[in-house]
Design a protein around this ligand. Structure first.
Ligand SMILES: Nc1ncnc2c1ncn2[C@@H]1O[C@H](COP(=O)(O)OP(=O)(O)OP(=O)(O)O)[C@@H](O)[C@H]1O
Length: 246
């Protein structure tokens, strides 16, 4: 078992995954993500994007193939150590917002900070700043039931960014947003990860996500496809890329 190169923060080799009912999820995916990089995982519905993110983030155990986070072999860790790693180092954004219903917006965003040891006052200041950045600062005292779905998703994104995780896994993060809001929120998300040096793996159906990433890989039927970098596009902040089947 050989650890990945130093500048790769996340690394997977020959990853295979079957769902509990035996249906195929991934069929030999290998990839490397460099520190601070935004990697887009692009593919049609059912191509395995969520499954790949769940394996890379330790949400599900990997039984065939390897997943490394820096020098830690995730594929050898038990559930407790994977859970601790996820809590301390990783962030996750679901395609639909999952917030604690009893807490208001700022308390939801402050929660992961307090779980990592921040005091309530400092966590509140940070939470309010992130809510402002996601354009929901005026909803800070609202509980989730008093927010629109799109506002709840913005709160979820703020909550994922607030603790500045080493790796952020974003699974269709703009899915619940109105089409006209998606680009703005994606730009906020990518600029926040860049300015905080957060590595991001961003799963999306949307080719626009690839345009804001540094690199993109395509998935089809649980298999990765070759990535090709395109020259910078004038209206994008990252390097555009497209993937070609091999
Ligand atoms: N828990 C599960 N049990 C059985 N099959 C599953 C399970 N979760 C996903 N699948 C199947 O695995 C394949 C990949 O699903 P996955 O959700 O990873 O794809 P996806 O690219 O994220 O799709 P989408 O864009 O619709 O979210 C699909 O055929 C899906 O039906």
């Amino acid at each position: 078992m050989e650890a990945p190169p130093d500048n790769d923060v996340l690394w997977a080799r020959a990853l295979h995954f079957r769902h509990p009912d035996g249906s195929p999820g991934l069929a030999g995916v290998s990839l490397a993500v460099r520190e601070g990089e935004i990697l887009a995982v692009i593919g049609p519905r059912g191509s395995g994007k969520t499954t790949l993110l769940r394996c890379l983030s330790g949400l599900v155990p990997v039984r065939e193939g390897e997943v490394w986070f820096n020098s830690t072999p995730l594929h050898t860790l038990g559930p407790m150590r994977r859970e601790r790693l996820r809590r301390d180092r990783f962030g996750w954004i679901d395609p639909a917002p999952v917030l604690v219903p009893e807490l208001n917006a700022w308390e939801n965003v402050a929660l992961p900070l307090m779980l990592r040891g921040a005091g309530r006052r400092r966590a509140k200041v940070a939470a309010l700043e992130w809510l402002e950045r996601l354009d929901v600062g005026d909803k800070a005292r609202n509980r989730p039931h008093a927010l629109h779905q799109a506002e709840r998703q913005r709160v979820s994104i703020a909550r994922a960014l607030a603790p500045a995780p080493m790796v952020l896994f974003a699974d269709e993060p703009t899915a619940p947003l109105h089409r006209s809001d998606r680009t703005h929120v994606l730009r906020t998300l990518t600029s926040a990860t860049r300015s905080h040096g957060i590595t991001m793996v961003l799963a999306s159906l949307d080719p626009q996500a690839a345009a804001l990433a540094d690199r993109a890989i395509g998935l089809l039927d649980g298999r990765s496809m070759r990535t090709v970098l395109l020259p910078d596009a004038p209206d994008t902040e990252g390097r555009a890329a497209c993937s070609l089947s091999v």
